[in-house]
Design a binder for this molecule. Sequence first.
Ligand code: SAH
Length: 221
Amino acid sequence: MAAWLSPSPEALDPAADRGAERAAMVAEQLQVRDIRDARVLAAMATVPRHRFVPEGVQAEAYADCPLPIGHGQTISQPYIVALMTELLGLRPTDRVLEIGTGCGYQTAVLAALVREVCTVERVEGLARTAGARLAALGMTRSPCGWATAGRAGRTGPFDGILVTAAPDRLPAALGAQLAPGGRLVIPLGGRPLQWLHRFTREADGCLRDEELIPVRFVPLV
Ligand code: SAH
């Protein structure tokens, strides 16, 4: 008997691609907490998080927790992704730098909101898989590529910078890439206690530092 290949129902109907689970995630994990930015909520309701995590944890993709993504790294819980994104206060014309592509999920959320996302990942295997996933979802490669560690410094300044791994203190080179009015969101400090910070480039050129909530991230290497 001949076997015929046909598009999966999911490919034909994006809303069927676990859209109900995403809607529940947005309502029960984001809106009931403090996420208010309508564009961020829409991006979180659209980007298929389950497509970015390893097969073994896909069933848990929309749960209220971080998940392992291989190479000893983790994808943040949905609320933390949404919060960090909202804190950047992004506009459609913005350019954003992300340090720590990981599985590419946060990259896809950012890419749904701004003109360009430059993302940097030091683990080559993660960068390659993330790039393939983003391309499969129709996201185009930015001029500085998915993984250009060491090169991003020449492509600033950025309106937003998001760091998803924790150094002890803000690397001066990162702060220097922030455009006037730009915002930089980063976890700072060693384990077990890290704090999420937002730095804003003020009109006088100074960086304003806000310490927000305790968080837990892998270290920036
Ligand atoms: N935003 C990611 C989170 C991944 S965890 C996601 O949605 O999946 C943080 C990532 O930062 C890890 O993949 C780790 O390899 C990477 N990383 C750590 N130090 C780095 C550095 N100096 N430059 C680039 N990536 C780094």
